[in-house]
Structures are given as structure tokens and as C-alpha cells.
Design a protein around this ligand. Sequence first.
Ligand code: HEC
Ligand code: HEC
Ligand code: HEC
Ligand code: HEC
Length: 123
Amino acid sequence: MEVKTERTIAYCLAAVLLVVGVICYTALAKKAPEQPLRIMFKNTGGKVLFDHKEHLSEAGYGFECADCHHTMEDPEEKPESCGECHTEDGEDGPKRSDAFHQQCKSCHEEGGGPVKCEECHAM
Ligand code: HEC
Ligand code: HEC
Ligand code: HEC
Ligand code: HEC
């Protein structure tokens, strides 16, 4: 084979590999967004420990992101925190503490999680 054709083949291969690499990188980078493991809510009712990972992992309670992050449309985008919309004065939808109480408690009433004040405000 001529040196020139070999070189052309080598360049083509390099170009193909580059494209494959870029595609793989974007595919992998577009996995599920980062998620917190546990969240400690500090508030006047007493600290609440929320085990985020346990609530969504298959080995745990197995909920979908959108079960809680109810405005989340793209499962690959990092959801906004609830407080972005549910502010202290609650202009848009329920105010912050009502939004949490309503969502946490209504699911617990159905699914068997804690509903008494001191079971959540345990610390
Ligand atoms: C059982 C309810 C629930 C489920 C299911 C859930 N989350 Fe959350 N997540 C929360 C709550 C509550 C917070 C705290 C939000 C806050 O502090 O405003 C939170 C916070 C987050 C945050 C931090 C947001 C920030 O910047 O403050 C990310 C990121 C996140 N969740 C991603 C996910 C993803 C991705 C999934 C699905 C794989 C998921 N969550 C499933 C309830 C849930
Ligand atoms: C992008 C803004 C936005 C984010 C982020 C958001 N919410 Fe909401 N939420 C709203 C609006 C607006 C409403 C009122 C209209 C509606 O029901 O959709 C609402 C309604 C609710 C309700 C009442 C639902 C009902 O059936 O009456 C609860 C409970 C709630 N949100 C909890 C949460 C929790 C918990 C989070 C975080 C995990 C969260 N929201 C994140 C905007 C948001
Ligand atoms: C979509 C349903 C759902 C939502 C929303 C939800 N939970 Fe739960 N939670 C559960 C289930 C199911 C259990 C497990 C019940 C059992 O089997 O004992 C649980 C258990 C718990 C427990 C006791 C065990 C543990 O994991 O520590 C705590 C504390 C708790 N949840 C806090 C919260 C808080 C705080 C929120 C709101 C920020 C919340 N949960 C929102 C379904 C939910
Ligand atoms: C399922 C868990 C859960 C239960 C049950 C629960 N809470 Fe809460 N509570 C929370 C969460 C989560 C917050 C939000 C913390 C934050 O704003 O960061 C909160 C917030 C509060 C706050 C602060 C409100 C504010 O406006 O700053 C008070 C006070 C409170 N709860 C009292 C109570 C009382 C009283 C009960 C019983 C009637 C109760 N909670 C039951 C989880 C719970």
C-alpha cells in the first residue's frame, strides 16, 4: 500500500474515533442529574431529616423524581429547589412550609410514612 493512502486511512480513522468519542461523552454526560443523599431542614418546628436517596432508590421506596419535583419535565435536567417557587409569603401556589407539609404528609398518609409532628421534627 502507498504511504499516502495509509495516511489517509489513518486520518479517517482518527476523525471517526473523535466523532465516536464526542457522542459517547455527551451521551454519558446526559445521565440522571446529581442528587442529594440526605437533606436536613432547619426550621422553627425542629430539624427534619429527609433521606432523599431512600425515597427514590429502587431498593428504598422507589419514587419517580416527578412524584415530588412536580414541575420537572426533562428527567435529565436538575430540578429547581421547591423554595424557588414556594416562597415564605406564597404568591405562587402554597407557601413554603405548606408545600412541604402537604406533599410529605399526603404521601405518608397513603404510603405509611410518618404523619405526627415529632416523627418528622425529630431533632
Ligand atoms: C419523595 C420526594 C422526592 C423524590 C422522589 C425526589 N426528590 Fe429531589 N428533592 C426532594 C425535596 C423535598 C428536596 C429539597 C428541595 C428544597 O430544599 O427546596 C429535593 C432536592 C433535590 C435536589 C437539590 C435541589 C436544590 O438545588 O436545592 C436535586 C438536584 C434533586 N432533588 C434531584 C432529584 C432527582 C434527579 C430525583 C429523581 C431521580 C429526585 N430528586 C427525586 C424530594 C424528592
Ligand atoms: C417552578 C415552580 C415550582 C417548583 C420548583 C415547585 N413547585 Fe409546587 N407548585 C407550584 C405552583 C405554581 C403550584 C400551584 C399550582 C399547581 O398546583 O400546579 C404548586 C403546587 C404545589 C402543591 C399543592 C398541590 C395541590 O395539589 O394543591 C404542593 C404540595 C407543592 N406544590 C409542593 C412542592 C414541593 C414539595 C416542591 C419541591 C420538591 C415543589 N412544589 C416545587 C410551583 C412550583
Ligand atoms: C411520594 C411519597 C412520599 C413523599 C412525597 C415523602 N415521603 Fe417520606 N416516606 C414515604 C414512604 C413510602 C416511607 C416509608 C414508610 C415505611 O415503609 O415505613 C417514608 C418514610 C419517611 C420517613 C421515615 C423513614 C426514613 O426514611 O427516614 C421520614 C422521616 C420521611 N419519610 C420524611 C419525609 C419528608 C420530610 C418528606 C417531605 C420533604 C417526605 N418524607 C416526602 C413516602 C413519601
Ligand atoms: C412528614 C414530615 C413532617 C410532619 C409530619 C410535620 N412536619 Fe413540620 N415541617 C416539615 C418540613 C419538611 C418543613 C419545612 C422545613 C423548611 O422550611 O425548611 C416543616 C416546617 C415546619 C415549621 C416551620 C414553618 C415555618 O413557617 O417556618 C413548623 C413550625 C412545623 N413544621 C411544625 C409542625 C407541626 C406542629 C407538625 C404537626 C402538626 C408538623 N410540623 C408535622 C416536615 C414535617
